[in-house]
Design a protein around this ligand. Sequence first.
Ligand code: SF4
Ligand code: SF4
Length: 180
Amino acid sequence: MPIPWRYVESWNCVACGMCCKDYRVVLGFNEWVDIIRKYGIGVTQPSISRFYLGKKGDGTCLFLTKLYDTWLCGLQNMKPKACKLWPFKILSRPKFGRPIEASYKYKDRKFFIYVDPTCIGIRWGQPTQVFTYRVVPELIEIALGLHQKQYYSTARISHRPQWINGRKGFLHRRNHSVFE
Ligand code: SF4
Ligand code: SF4
């Protein structure tokens, strides 16, 4: 059951790749057109009313790539909106209850924001300033289509391996999620 955003202290993606394995990614029509133009229609899967990203035989997204210990998104700047927003749900109604804890005022509008608790990058507690005033508004703006680029709601992962505590790995220059 999704949990209201006010129970989230912060969200720090650990690039576990779970969300790219366990879920099907719904594509908007324009996203579908852009992706099939570049990669061909075979990378998507149609259903009666929707288009989805294709999956490999093991159930993972076709574009999920492992680089050392980090799972990366191979779609990069074509990453679908559904992926940018996960694990958050930006709604106009309090669909999952607790409307006070889920409500968020953005300009003159009220939204209800929930998070999927299965994401292991969530830290529970009192929301930080960055989470409240940077991450959440950016998610709302992406949901509304006001901009595409993620600044606060995505990871900054160096693609060049670094030596960290004697191990070769990737330096997460900024804490917030998924793969970029
Ligand atoms: S968003 Fe959550 S589930 Fe997905 S890769 Fe990051 S930590 Fe894992
Ligand atoms: S973030 Fe990238 S790899 Fe993961 S499900 Fe979305 S498109 Fe696939």
